[in-house]
Ligand binder design. Structure first.
Ligand SMILES: Nc1nc2c(ncn2[C@@H]2O[C@H](COP(=O)(O)OP(=O)(O)O)[C@@H](O)[C@H]2O)c(=O)[nH]1
Ligand SMILES: Nc1ncnc2c1ncn2[C@@H]1O[C@H](COP(=O)(O)OP(=O)(O)O)[C@@H](O)[C@H]1O
Length: 404
């Protein structure tokens, strides 16, 4: 059954001028969620400025400036806003490029609840909305020297168009053959710690005395390119990803024995004896956790490399597969620059305020939000886009065309 449109674009200057101290000087909208009013707007008079959010807490009769996580809209001329699921606001920015116009402001999702609890402050989180889906990332974990890198290299070599590697950040020094931006983003601890604080990392952990972390952008960039993302991270990192909104396949690679692991680390020759001993001490705890924590969907023993690689391919559904081209990455959405939007069930109707002659696709667009996936701190995927045929005599069912 349809619902009456609940969306309206409104300028709140009049509504809030009485007693409330709004910082915004430009365009604003407001949305009520529970006992809070989220006011989204710009804070200066330029035609293009940054987006800001203030919260009016009705129960405490107080304005709050929240901690903002995630990547927020860059260009900002104005927007439409619609509440979805009582936990996130869909924000459609005006005059943006087709790949940059749909955003989600999470105000009470699981991720935001966790962040509020951890920080003790009011938190909101932005996430960019994109069409299409991404294949489940593959998290590969296991003790140092077990062969994770070797197996991942084999997979990327055989299926270069299907897999992409999530390039982690680390504070450890590069090995002689390692390239910055390819094997890792080698960085300084203070810079990495600031980025972690700013919510730019999906997970991070201190491993063998160095800081390692997966930036949200590292994973999303691979998905945007239409490839399946592979993460090589330690067990603590895998645990954090398991608890995040990222739906992934978790694989633990275990060594046939600690003695074989030690032999491999010695043969690789990239660490000092002291570093090798530290890695071996950590390996025992990692193997125990890997096998018993319930984090991992699959455990593979890397005794014979070829056999382990075949098993890996099997569980990824790749045995007998010939490499295919990357699935087309997300398509942009061609929206009218100024519009009004309304929500009916899981569909958002975006209607141009000034009908564009000669370009009917710019007049009315339907955004289907019934299959949304992911969200902050990454992208919100799964948006479906349809155009409405302006010709009422069209023989197309309901006049709705799916954009393919
Ligand atoms: N949590 C986490 N662990 C990572 C990340 N990148 C690498 N690691 C892990 O850090 C550990 C050390 O990696 P590295 O210094 O490359 O040494 P190696 O495992 O001996 O090759 C390994 O267990 C990796 O899986 C990351 O982004 N996050
Ligand atoms: N099944 C295996 N048998 C023997 N050596 C292996 C096997 N798998 C990997 N290796 C070797 O062990 C060393 C460590 O492997 P690597 O992929 O660097 O481990 P990780 O990335 O888990 O630290 C490398 O020199 C690699 O060639």
């Amino acid at each position: 059954m349809g619902e009456a449109p609940v969306f309206y674009v409104e300028n709140l200057k009049d509504r809030f001028s009485n007693g409330f101290n709004l910082r915004f000087k430009g365009f604003e909208t407001s949305i009520d969620v529970g006992d809070k009013t989220f006011v989204i707007g710009s804070n200066n008079n330029d035609s293009i400025s940054s987006i800001e959010v203030q919260i009016y807490d009705k129960s405490r009769r107080k304005w709050v400036i929240p901690t903002v996580l995630g990547t927020e809209p860059k260009r900002y001329e104005g927007h439409s806003a619609i509440l979805l699921n009582e936990d996130r606001i869909m924000v459609i920015t005006w005059g943006s490029t087709p790949d940059d116009c749909i955003w989600f402001l999470e105000v009470d999702t699981e991720y935001v609840k966790q962040q509020k609890k951890a920080s003790g402050t009011e938190v909101i989180a932005w996430s960019k909305g994109v069409t299409g889906d991404a294949e489940k990332p593959v998290v590969i974990s296991g003790p140092s020297g077990v062969g994770k890198g070797t197996l991942i290299n084999m997979l990327m070599k055989e299926f270069p168009t299907m897999f992409g590697f999530s390039v982690s950040h680390t504070t450890r020094a590069p090995r002689s053959m390692e390239k910055n931006g390819v094997h890792y983003h080698f960085t300084e601890r203070s810079i990495m710690e600031k980025d972690i604080k700013d919510g730019k990392f999906l997970e991070f952990a201190s491993v063998h005395g160095n800081l390692y972390g997966t930036s949200i952008e590292a994973v999303e960039a691979v998905a945007d390119s239409g490839k399946r993302c592979i993460l090589d991270i330690d067990v603590q990192g895998a645990k954090s990803v398991r608890a995040s909104s990222l739906d992934a396949v978790f694989i633990f690679i275990s060594p046939p024995s600690i003695a074989k692991l030690e032999e491999r680390l010695h043969l690789r020759g990239t660490e000092t004896e002291e570093q090798i001993q530290k890695r071996l001490r950590n390996a025992k705890a990692e193997i125990e956790q890997g096998k018993s924590s319930g984090i991992f969907d699959h455990i593979l023993c890397n005794d014979h490399l070829e056999k382990c690689y075949d098993d890996l391919k099997k569980l990824l559904g790749l045995d007998g597969t010939t490499p295919t081209n990357p699935k087309p990455s997300s398509k942009g959405i061609n929206l009218p620059s100024k519009h009004a939007a309304s929500k009916i069930n899981n569909k958002i109707l975006v209607k141009s305020e000034t009908p564009a002659s000669g370009n009917p696709s710019k007049n009315s667009i339907v955004l289907d939000v019934s299959l949304l996936k992911g969200g902050a701190p990454g992208r919100t995927r799964g948006l479906n886009v349809f155009t409405i045929d302006p010709n009422p005599f069209s023989d197309c069912l309901n006049g709705i065309h799916k954009l393919s």
